[in-house]
Design a protein around this ligand. Structure first.
Ligand code: FES
Ligand SMILES: [Fe+2]
Length: 384
């Protein structure tokens, strides 16, 4: 399938009014040509979250990431600054670091060219006779890296407005939670057999909670109280109130920031393209997605507690209970989203109408259509 068909179908679908909206066409999930377009115009240009800054707490802490086909190192340098740079050696172009860890320098596994944490070349063995070689000419290309409310974002686009600028309207909406002080207590990476957008959409709607999650969080969710306002240019969101399924679901008694209904309100945030955060008064968890082909998604998954629960003597217990619950919830979501991807590949696949509770999916569709196909998004309310 060429690119023309998915793009034309997507533009048609994105143009429908919300009251008659349907899901995105199957081709945008299954077409290789469309994935190539997404890598170029979405993952190659947007800010992508790689996790919490606290995961790189000490100088020399690093993680690696494949961003739109570019291997990237994200690290904390000796001065304590977060940096991102190319993870490709400047000699014969091997990749350098793998996974995550702590290191004093970046040593290439092929011939041991060795780089400082700022990307400058510290040394290269047995290069003395190559008189044209000058160590100072070699610096690993730097990649933009910003921290926002404790999150690390990277982008390959030198021109993209800063994360803080893009997310300023969101910052105002969620200031009362103090998300920057929430502490990450676990972080993992996973690969599921579904398209990245299927999982992103799953996170954006709580319509599936009572059914897909009937064995875990479903019974605590009240769909009739759910509010799904229209999205903004860089993100969409919805609020749910719930009776806590965990002791940490509602605000801690020592939490003086949250008042009234905020003490039991959860924010579901979808920061485009693929950073998905559940922010509750007592804990948070997140997924950050990157496509791995059309049929697989690479997931960074983490979470932890608000500062009051971290300071509580029972913090350890709370973290274990949270992790156990989220793991179960994720198994349920994995089942549902992998089934959707199977269905999308079937000849019989045909998009149906969206519920008003799936408003964020409609907004996400228009975002994808804008980035990949030049769709003109309209916002009723000004961004700020
Ligand atoms: S490719 Fe890195 S040192 Fe040769
Ligand atoms: Fe879910």
């Amino acid at each position: 399938m060429g690119i023309i068909e998915p793009v034309a179908e997507l533009l048609r679908t994105a143009s429908r009014p919300f009251r008659d909206a349907v899901a995105m066409p199957p081709s945008v999930y299954t077409s290789e040509a469309f994935l190539a377009r997404e890598l170029e115009s979405i993952f190659g240009r947007e800010w992508i979250c790689v996790g919490r800054a606290s995961a790189l707490g000490k100088p020399g802490d690093y993680m690696t990431y494949d961003l739109a086909g570019q291997p990237v190192i994200v690290l904390r340098d000796r001065e304590g600054t977060l940096r991102a740079m190319s993870n490709v050696c400047l000699h014969r172009m091997s990749t350098l670091l793998e996974g995550s860890g702590n290191t004093r320098s970046i040593v290439c596994p092929y011939h041991a060219w060795t780089y400082n944490l700022d990307g400058t070349l510290r040394g290269a063995p047995l290069m003395k006779e190559t008189t044209g070689f000058c160590k100072e000419d070699y610096v690993l290309p730097q990649i933009r890296c910003e921290e926002w409310l404790g999150w690390i974002y990277i982008t390959l686009d030198p021109e993209r407005p800063s994360v803080a600028e893009q997310l300023r309207p969101l910052e105002g909406m969620i200031a009362q939670y103090g998300m920057e002080n929430y502490a990450e207590s676990f972080r993992e990476t996973h690969v599921w057999d579904t398209n990245w957008k299927v999982l992103a959409e799953n996170f954006m709607e709580s319509y599936h909670l009572p059914v897909c999650h009937h064995a875990t969080v479903g019974p605590h969710s009240r769909l009739e109280e759910m509010v799904c306002p229209p999205g903004l240019p860089a993100f969409n969101y919805h609020w749910i109130t719930k009776e806590a399924s965990l002791a940490i679901g509602n605000a801690h008694p020592d939490n003086m920031r949250l008042e009234g209904h905020w003490r039991k309100t959860t924010a579901l945030l979808a920061i485009y393209p693929s950073h998905l955060i559940t922010l509750t008064p007592g804990y948070f968890w997140y997924l950050s997605l990157h496509p791995k082909g059309t049929g697989q998604v690479h997931i960074t998954y983490g979470g932890g507690l608000s500062p009051e629960f971290m300071a509580d003597p029972k913090a350890g217990e709370y973290v274990s209970a949270l992790k156990a619950l989220l793991d179960e919830v994720n198994v349920e979501d994995r089942g549902c989203t992998e089934k959707v991807f199977k269905g999308l590949n079937a000849g019989a696949a045909k998009p149906g109408h969206l519920s008003y509770l799936e408003r964020p999916i409609y907004d996400f569709m228009q975002y994808v259509a804008e980035r990949t196909a030049g769709f003109d998004r309209q916002f009723a309310v000004a961004a700020e």
